[in-house]
Design a protein around this ligand. Structure first.
Ligand code: HMG
Ligand code: MG
Length: 298
C-alpha cells in the first residue's frame, strides 16, 4: 500500500552542484534555492560545510546559506563532516545538519578519509554537539548496495551504521545508492534487512539514476512503507569521490510519478519545472529530467 503523502528532500543545490567542475557563482546558487523555495518543497539541502580542499564548489557555503531567502515552514539543512563544519554552520544560524557515513570501507576512505568505525566514533561527537545546540540531525549512509571501490555491499553493513546513527540521535536515516547500481532486487533485500531493526518512518531513500533504475527502486521503497524520498532538481549531480556516478533521480520526474500515483507532495510541478529550467540553462546543457524536457515547451 502506497502512502498518500510523501515528503521530498531536495538535494540539488548540494548533491547536485557539488560535482560541477566549473565554479558556479554564488548568486546563481542562491537564485536556484530561492526558486526551489517557491515550489512547495519543505526541505532543501543548501550546501555543505566540508573542506574546501576536498570540494571547492562548496567553499561559498557561508555566503549561500546567509543570503538565501528562508521561507517559513521550509527547512534548509547543510552537510557537515566534522566538528569544524558543524561549528561553521552554527555560526551562520543553520538549524538542521546532515552527517554522512558510508556502509563500505572503500568509499569511506576516499570520501571522508577514515574507516567506517572511525567515522562512527567521530560522528557521535558531531551529533551530540548538534543536539546540545538544539539542531536537528539527519544521517546519510552511502553505498547501501554497491561501492565504486569494494563492489557489492552487504545489508548487514548498512544496518550496523543505521543502528549507530539512530542511537546517537539522528531523526532520520537516508539510505544512499550513491552510484545508482541498485535494482529492485538488491534494494528490496537491503531494505527488508534494515527494516528488521529500523522502522520505516525513520528511513528515507536516496537514489542516483546512473543505470536508470532510480524510479523503480523508489517504488520498491514506497511499497515497503518508506515515505521520504531524496531527489535533485533537473537530475543534477554526482559525487566527486564516486567516479562515473550521475545525478540523483530528477525531482520533476519523482513529483510527476508520485502525483500520477495519487500521492501528495505539496510541490507545484510547473513552478518546479521553471527552477529546473533555470539551472539547466545556466549550465548550458539539457536537463536530465525527462518530465522537464517533455513539459517545458507546453
Ligand atoms: P582530512 O584531510 O582527513 O581532514 O579530510 P583534516 O582534518 O586533516 O583537514 C584537512 C584540511 O581541511 C585542513 O586544512 C582543515 O582545516 C580543513 P589545512 O590545515 O590543510 O589548511 N577542514 C575543513 N575546512 C572547512 N570545513 C571543514 C573542514 N574540515 C577540515 N568542515 C574531511 C577529512 C572529512 C574534512 C574531508 O575528507 C572532507 O571534507 N570530505 C567531504 C567530501 C564530500 O563532501 N563528499 C561529498 C558529500 S557525500 C555524498 O555526496 C553522498 C551523499 O549524497 C549520499 C549518497 O549519495 O550516498 C550524502
Ligand atoms: Mg548523493
Amino acid at each position: 500500500a502506497r502512502k498518500s503523502s510523501i515528503r521530498i528532500v531536495e538535494v540539488g543545490p548540494r548533491d547536485g552542484l557539488q560535482n560541477e567542475p566549473t565554479n558556479i557563482p554564488t548568486n546563481i546558487k542562491i537564485e536556484l534555492i530561492d526558486k526551489l523555495s517557491e515550489t512547495g518543497l519543505k526541505t532543501i539541502e543548501t550546501t555543505s560545510f566540508v573542506s574546501p580542499k576536498w570540494v571547492p564548489q562548496m567553499a561559498d557555503n557561508r555566503n549561500v546559506f546567509t543570503n538565501i531567502t528562508k521561507r517559513k515552514g521550509v527547512s534548509y539543512p547543510v552537510l557537515v563532516p566534522n566538528l569544524k563544519g558543524l561549528e561553521a554552520a552554527m555560526e551562520v544560524g543553520v538549524t538542521e545538519v546532515a552527517v554522512f557515513l558510508s556502509a563500505s570501507e572503500g568509499f569511506s576512505k576516499k570520501n571522508i578519509n577514515c574507516t567506517v568505525d572511525e567515522s562512527i566514533a567521530k560522528t557521535k561527537t558531531v551529533i551530540s554537539k548538534a543536539l546540545e545546540n538544539n539542531l536537528k540531525v539527519r544521517g546519510y549512509i552511502s553505498c547501501v548496495v554497491g561501492c565504486p571501490y569494494d563492489g557489492a555491499v552487504r545489508p548487514t553493513a548498512v544496518s550496523k551504521v543505521a543502528d549507530a546513527l539512530l542511537e546517537f540521535g539522528c531523526y532520520e536515516i537516508s539510505l544512499g545508492d550513491t552510484i545508482g547500481v541498485g535494482t529492485k532486487n538488491t534494494i528490496d533485500a537491503m531494505l527488508l534487512h534494515v527494516l528488521r531493526l529500523v522502522s520505516s518512518d525513520k528511513l528515507a531513500i536516496h537514489c542516483h539514476d546512473t543505470y536508470g533504475q532510480a524510479l523503480t527502486n523508489i517504488c520498491t521503497a514506497l511499497d515497503l512503507g518508506l515515505t521520504v524520498v531524496d531527489s535533485s532538481v533537473a537530475g543534477l549531480g554526482g559525487c566527486p569521490y564516486a567516479k562515473g556516478a550521475t545525478g540523483n533521480v530528477a525531482t520533476e520526474d519523482l513529483v510527476y510519478m508520485l502525483h500520477g500515483m495519487g500521492a501528495e507532495t505539496g510541490v507545484d510541478l510547473k513552478t518546479l519545472i521553471q527552477a529546473g529550467k533555470f539551472i539547466s540553462d545556466f549550465l548550458q546543457r539539457p536537463s536530465a529530467s525527462k518530465v522537464n524536457n517533455a513539459m517545458y515547451s507546453r
